[in-house]
Design a protein around this ligand. Sequence first.
Ligand SMILES: CC(C)(COP(=O)(O)OP(=O)(O)OC[C@H]1O[C@@H](n2cnc3c(N)ncnc32)[C@H](O)[C@@H]1OP(=O)(O)O)[C@@H](O)C(=O)NCCC(=O)NCCS
Length: 126
Amino acid sequence: MFLSGYKEYCQEFYDHNIIYFRPTNRFIGEFQLRTELTEKVMTGIGSIGYSVRVTEQGKGLRTEILRQGLDIAREHHLEKALLTINDQNTKSAHICEKLGGVLMDKIAAYKNDEGEHVMRRYWIYL
Ligand SMILES: CC(C)(COP(=O)(O)OP(=O)(O)OC[C@H]1O[C@@H](n2cnc3c(N)ncnc32)[C@H](O)[C@@H]1OP(=O)(O)O)[C@@H](O)C(=O)NCCC(=O)NCCS
């Protein structure tokens, strides 16, 4: 629903040859923010989810996505955000620690795609 609407919205700018504003046609990544520390957030998905499109990785784009995302978290007056990271996702753990993430603990977790695994929980203080 949202996706098809957004595509139509973009197309109309091109169809009407509006040159002053061109909506982006490069979907490079995403940032998700959950503002409540619910049970599901604490034991599963964390406050923040983010990713960079595979073919766009390694270009430093995650820095910009995270910078903007953490600014949004501050605008929501969050004092800290929880990142939950699969223990095997060493790249994400590295990035989190570079951002000042403080390891709270490691817990056993289960997700359909990841199966039984060890999950690191980090706090990022904003
Ligand atoms: C996590 C993600 C957003 C990072 O984006 P990226 O564009 O690949 O990241 P970059 O290449 O800019 O930077 C990676 C950093 O990790 C380091 N790194 C790369 N591979 C690594 C590995 N296997 N282990 C540890 N560090 C690693 C790089 O040296 C670099 O460090 P630096 O900034 O100190 O130089 C991206 O890989 C992604 O979308 N992954 C899938 C989704 C995901 O895991 N999201 C996080 C869920 S918690």
